[in-house]
Design a protein around this ligand. Structure first.
Ligand SMILES: [Zn+2]
Length: 440
């Protein structure tokens, strides 16, 4: 980890330090060739206010994030929101009031949706939990019953649910608890007929409804009775709840939550490569730090905290750029920019040309590795591919005619280049790459 801290006289100074770090960190990550997104985040155990993580999408990541490629919106899945397309409501049946229908064996949403020829978005899903309420004023902790209702095609985000309830932990409701708080079995649970607690986490059942159910009508829900569902279920008319909140996880392809943005969200695993946040007065106050301001008055400095995971830059770059033969690094962070491979070291002329090419590239300011091992050419090519050197120059049979082969690892592309043009061309390619990275 690379850490830095800023100390300023006032909040305006901290804003400036934070913005400068933000700009510099973006430039560093861009120069390292990383496709990153900046995500608003929790400042974690150190406290503080404004907090931002820099994340790189990779399947090896530990966090799930959603981002918009159009406007740059990005958030942890625990915080991300989206705009939903309007759902086509079902036509009411009969007199439009709640109607019991026989649905034998259709405990799964896909089955009931197929049976009624409707979208799972017309179904109300129930997820039943026991939530741990921390005891207050010396009272012991207690597990409290919670029924969460959301659209049939949506998933509960348990971090959002914990936050909305103010609970410490969640676990699924089990058999006898289900029997106690619902009259029906799993697969046929629904909101009609429940008696919601007045306040969250009481001894009675807390009913929490996802915001996406507000304003909906004629939905299908379990009837709390084996092999039966209700239809024509309209939230607010046919059932009430303890509270509504955003408790769903956003899905890939949903519309960006920013007003006026037409972007679609991308959801994936990501790894954190940097974190900056406004630390405030927490440590300067507790440690009694004091400085004099311009008027000679003693003030407590306000702090910012900024970190980069150095080794994560390298692992993220490798995760981002690899194939069956190994990986490649951007020239900015590769230990060597070019490897000069002499295909046959027994040939003195080839060896000499290789040494000369390497010396010239080095004199031009590039980091060069000369591979003059007594190995077969194929072995040396494989090794060079494996360790991520972005450019390889093969000095082989054509060298007698003044030509070598330039291989660009990222593209697996090779081209013949005249020895007289080689140094200028490689230097140009590397500089282009660095400029490109800085502009992204
Ligand atoms: Zn957007």
């Amino acid at each position: 980890m690379k850490d830095s801290y800023s100390f300023d006289i006032d909040k305006a100074g901290l804003d400036k330090s934070f913005d400068l770090h933000d700009a510099v960190y973006r430039r560093i990550f861009s120069r390292c060739g990383l496709k990153f997104v900046a995500v608003e985040a929790d400042s974690g155990s150190m406290g503080g206010s404004q907090s931002q993580e820099f994340m790189v999408y990779t399947d090896a990541g530990e966090d799930l994030i959603a981002s918009c490629p159009v406007c740059g919106y990005a958030a942890n899945l625990e915080k991300a929101t989206s705009q939903l397309d309007a759902v086509t409501e079902l036509e009411a049946t009969g007199d439009g009031s709640v109607e019991l229908i026989h649905t034998p064996g259709m405990g799964a949403i896909a089955d009931i949706a197929a049976f009624l020829k409707m979208s799972p978005a017309n179904d109300i899903k129930c997820v039943a939990y026991m939530a741990l309420k921390r005891g207050e004023a010396g009272k012991p902790d207690a597990w409290r019953p919670v029924a969460a209702f959301l659209r049939g095609d949506h998933q509960v985000n348990e971090t959002k649910l914990l936050g909305a309830l103010g609970a410490a932990e969640l676990r699924p409701m089990v058999g006898e608890e289900l029997a106690q708080f619902f009259s029906g079995p799993a697969g046929f649970l629904g909101p009609v007929g429940l008696k919601p607690a007045a306040k969250p986490l009481g001894e009675e059942l807390t009913v929490i409804v996802d915001s996406a159910l507000e304003g909906r009508k004629n939905m299908v829900a379990g009837a709390n009775k084996l092999d039966y569902h209700f239809r024509n279920v309209t939230p607010g008319r046919d059932f009430t709840w303890t509270l509504t909140a955003d408790i769903r996880s956003v899905n890939e392809g949903e519309a960006c939550p920013k007003d006026g943005c037409a972007g679609k969200l991308v959801v994936g695993k990501a790894v954190e490569i940097g974190h900056i946040f406004k630390l405030g007065y927490k440590y300067s106050e507790s440690m009694g730090a004091r400085v004099l301001d311009v008027n000679g008055k003693e003030v407590t400095p306000i702090m910012g905290s900024y970190g980069i995971g150095i080794e994560r830059i390298l692992t993220a770059a490798i995760e981002q750029s690899n194939d069956a033969n190994g990986f490649w690094l951007p020239a900015s962070i590769a230990p060597f920019t070019v490897v000069v491979t002499v295909t046959n070291v027994a040939d003195a002329a080839l060896r000499e040309t290789g040494e000369k090419v390497a010396a010239e590239l080095e004199a031009a300011g590039l980091d060069v590795l000369l591979d003059e091992r007594d190995e077969r050419a194929g072995v040396k090519f494989k090794d060079a591919d494996l360790v991520g050197i972005p450019y390889r120059i093969n000095v082989g049979k054509k060298a007698a005619g003044g030509v070598v082969e330039l291989v660009t690892r990222a593209k697996s592309a090779s081209e013949d280049v005249a020895l007289t043009d080689l140094v200028a061309l490689v230097k140009e390619r590397v500089e282009e790459e660095l400029l490109l990275e800085e502009s992204c």
